[in-house]
Design a protein around this ligand. Structure first.
Ligand code: AMP
Length: 305
């Protein structure tokens, strides 16, 4: 089954303590769509400007990412620039230029409206709602968000959450949103705001998943070489939504546990290189090999024989 992915498509400039690269393909939807495409066909919704490389559309087609919902308009593509500290975890946004994003109103092609699985990747919650309003009856809605929206458009976010099956956010955002120091309390509090399931990402320390009477905690893949953490969260969300769309009819907690591991596997590859470079050359065989490592790593009752 296809998954509809809406979010930002960007040209990023990223600086780490050792490297800096400009005009890289980025954006929440770019990462999420490519990640999801490992498991299911994707219907992409977004906007790009006239400066956007047309070759990217050929690549998306190759990867079964439908671009009928991507608007190409006069003007510049959304640009974001960020700089990482030595821990490669703390990030400062250096600049944001909305450009063609400023007047973006996603209009879903007719063929997209019946999608059963939806990923509202990180964009303004009002746009996420606008997309949901055009959907017929999605079976499972995943949404990602960020600190900016919690600070500036909280009412929109509060209106979105009850319409979401799985809300994904990181640890500091969960604390910011609930004013709780404990992530366990924060996860439960966000469920009370209306999301059926909540996933809280903890960067290199893994992720937590909350359901009504269920809880799951997974680690992160132990990576030695991280080059660029940008897009890890979007890739995680894309892997989850793609896995569910491609493999599950009715989503249960056990499916979400597995989806979280696939999301973590995909994210662990993304950070090995700048932009989407590692995902471009990645194969399903690489994904399955790392999934097996996760499985081995999380067993604690090991027989001695
Ligand atoms: P992440 O590292 O998962 O937080 O995602 C980084 C990506 O988010 C970058 O490729 C940016 O282009 C994109 N991004 C940054 N700020 C925004 C924003 N305000 N709205 C949508 N996308 C954004």
């Amino acid at each position: 089954m296809s998954v509809l992915v809406v979010g930002s498509i960007a040209l990023d400039t990223v600086k780490t303590p050792v490297e800096e690269h400009a005009d890289l393909l980025g954006g929440s939807a770019s990462y999420a769509a490519l990640s999801a495409s490992f498991f299911s066909p994707v219907r992409l919704v977004g906007v790009v400007g006239s400066d956007f490389p047309p070759t990217e559309f050929d690549f998306w087609k190759e990867r079964h990412i439908d671009t009928e919902g991507v608007q190409r308009v006069e003007g510049k593509t959304f640009r974001w620039s960020g700089e990482y500290a030595w821990d490669l975890n703390t990030r400062e946004t250096r600049s944001v230029a909305l450009n063609v994003f400023e007047h973006f109103k996603p209009a879903l092609p007719g063929s997209y409206r019946k999608s059963d699985f939806v990923l509202l990747a990180n964009i303004a919650p009002a746009l996420q709602i606008h997309v949901l309003d055009q959907m017929e009856k999605p079976r499972f809605v995943v949404a990602d968000t960020m600190d900016l929206w919690i600070e500036t458009t909280r009412a929109d976010l509060d209106a979105l959450i009850p319409r979401v099956d799985l809300l994904i956010l990181n640890d500091s955002e969960a604390r910011q949103m609930t004013k709780e120091t404990s992530l366990i309390r924060a996860g439960r509090a966000i469920r009370k705001m209306g999301a059926r399931y909540v996933a809280i990402k903890k960067g290199e320390h893994g992720a937590l998943l909350f359901g009504e009477n269920d809880f799951f905690s997974c680690g992160a893949y132990p990576l030695e070489d991280i080059h660029d953490p940008t897009g890890a969260g979007d890739t995680f969300a894309g892997g989850i939504a793609g896995y569910l769309a491609g493999n599950v009819k009715t989503v249960h907690f056990a499916d979400l546990r597995k989806a979280m591991i696939y999301g973590s596997v995909l994210a662990s590859f993304t950070v090995e290189a700048f932009s989407l470079e590692r995902l471009r050359s990645l194969t399903m065989k690489d994904v399955e090999a790392r999934y097996e490592v996760f499985k081995q790593m999380s067993q604690f009752e090991v027989s001695q024989t």
